[in-house]
Write a new protein. Structure first.
Length: 289
């Protein structure tokens, strides 16, 4: 069983946005309510999060996600990155479970018991990002990147991440899941997508076009493709509807989901323009195969 959850389906301002309100979106349709984008992927019991939007805390609570094997980052824009600190709760869950395995209590009367922490397994979260994104994470969130044990006396620093740099078209594994980062072109910061298991699942993030090398990494027909459409019209750093549909046609997935939509993208109007195997995303959307 494989599962993908579109935790948030909106672009940076969300829908409704502070400046534009509902824009072109029908306010009476709950599928037009969009928080910022991040995505949960579960393949063969391996649990992976793609990006950490500023809304990630509520997304994890709403979907009862308490365990992660890895976090993948597509790029360093705030709407894809700046919820990273909220993953401290994943660290804390790991800490509690590690103590429970030893028959001990980790948290008591507002304090943590660290007496035997040195005996525990590494509780850090594995994160993967391209060089440019990793550089930004190190600059903005350096306090997250110390090893878990080195901060054991200060609960404020409980979040702990091991940052792994990845390169376009160079595969890596999370458990037994094969992941190949793919280069994306034209966004206003370097951005990558991810191909899982040679194409079983393909996740494209903010882009304006894709190089031929990206398509070469997709070696089987995808069961699912997730692709962004910020606005129906092409704009600086983002592909428009025609480009998105041409990419979908070229990749030829069994199912495609259009994600990362701003106030210009009404759910029903986008749905009317797409063939049956393509549909717009909405917050909490679950896809299984």
């Amino acid at each position: 069983m494989a599962k993908v959850i579109i935790l948030g389906s909106g672009a940076a301002p969300g829908v409704p946005s502070l400046s534009c309100g509902w824009g072109d979106c029908n306010a009476s349709n709950p599928k037009n309510i969009r928080t910022r984008t991040d995505t949960y992927v579960e393949l063969d019991d391996t649990k992976i999060l793609i990006d950490t939007s500023p809304d990630i805390r509520q997304h994890l609570i709403d979907n009862n996600i308490k365990h992660l094997d890895a976090v993948l980052y597509t790029h360093a824009h705030a709407d894809h990155l700046h919820g990273i600190d909220d993953l401290r709760e994943i660290n804390r869950i790991r800490l509690h479970e590690a103590y429970e395995e030893q028959g001990e209590v980790a948290y008591h009367h507002g304090t943590y018991n660290f007496n035997n922490l040195d005996k525990l397994k590494d509780l850090s979260i594995q994160c993967y990002a391209a060089k440019e994104t990793a550089k930004v994470i190190r600059k903005r969130f350096s306090y997250l990147l110390s090893t878990f044990l080195s901060k054991k006396k200060n609960v404020f620093y409980m979040p702990s991440f091991k940052l792994n740099e990845v390169k376009g078209n160079h595969l890596f594994y999370v458990n037994n899941i094969k992941i190949t980062p793919i280069k994306q072109l034209g966004h206003n910061v370097p951005s990558i997508g991810f191909v899982f298991n040679d194409g079983e699942y393909v996740h494209i993030s903010d882009f304006k076009s894709l190089p031929s090398s990206a398509f070469q990494q997709i070696k089987v027909r995808p069961r699912l493709l997730v692709i962004p459409l910020t606005t129906p019209f092409e704009q600086r750093g983002h592909a428009g509807f025609d480009m998105v549909m041409s990419i979908i046609e070229k990749i030829n997935p069994e199912r495609a989901v259009i994600n990362h939509m701003a106030t210009e993208c009404d759910y029903e109007k986008i749905k009317e323009k797409t063939p049956d195997f393509v549909e717009p995303a909405f917050d909490g959307m679950k896809i299984e195969w």
